[in-house]
Design a protein around this ligand. Sequence first.
Ligand code: HEM
Length: 223
Amino acid sequence: MKSLFKRYTPLQIAMHIYAWSALVHLLIDFFTDNLTANPIQALEQRTGRHAITLLVLSLACTPLNNLFGWRELIKRRRALGLYAFIYATIHVIIFIDLDYGLAWSLIIQTILEKPYILVGMLTFLMLIPLAFTSFNIWKVRLGKNWKRLHKLVYLIAPLAVLHYAWGKKGDFFRLQGEIILPLIYAVIVILLLITRIPPVRKTLASLRDRIVVLFRRREPVVE
Ligand code: HEM
């Protein structure tokens, strides 16, 4: 146990436990017949929600580091993004295989008929190059283009929220239907994207410096 804490930080352990717990929970519910009256829909919804949550968490790493100076978050960003991709892949496999039984013409018809599915597919297609180039070797190979490519996440996150909200068939303007959770995700993603705007980033950095100074002043002086 001691060596586990030596090799991994508490944040790292918490992140891996959180990421895997959803899959373990899902498998337990699957094998104990505990997945509601519509198990395929439940599987789709739960994997989709976990994918979007992990995506938002990976997007939150940089702003939280900017605000609180918690540098370890930057190191965890890639794993969170990869976990998001893994759950999105499981989500898509469930849709294609369990839900539509690999009936490709029907799948294509559904994608074209239901705009929220089309948005989901676009989101997934954009996630693929990000996941595959997230490793250091690609960072070196792509140089400046790596950063450019990974800026796609600013498009992916809002599209994922749109896919979520649209799929719920609620009415955002009248606040009707199951829109509360998608709305919470939308607000968080908007706030996280706002923090990337340079003047906002600067303000956050100066706020962080003030917080640090405040805490230093409170520290007792040891003679
Ligand atoms: C080819 C790509 C995709 C397809 C075909 C697809 C399909 C679906 C379907 C059919 C549902 C509705 C399940 C239901 O309520 O009956 C759904 C819901 C959802 N999907 Fe996707 N999806 C795709 C990509 C993604 C991606 C990339 C993400 C996130 C990163 C995502 C996140 C979600 C979320 C959060 C929900 C709502 C879960 C809930 O109702 O609580 N999807 N998706």
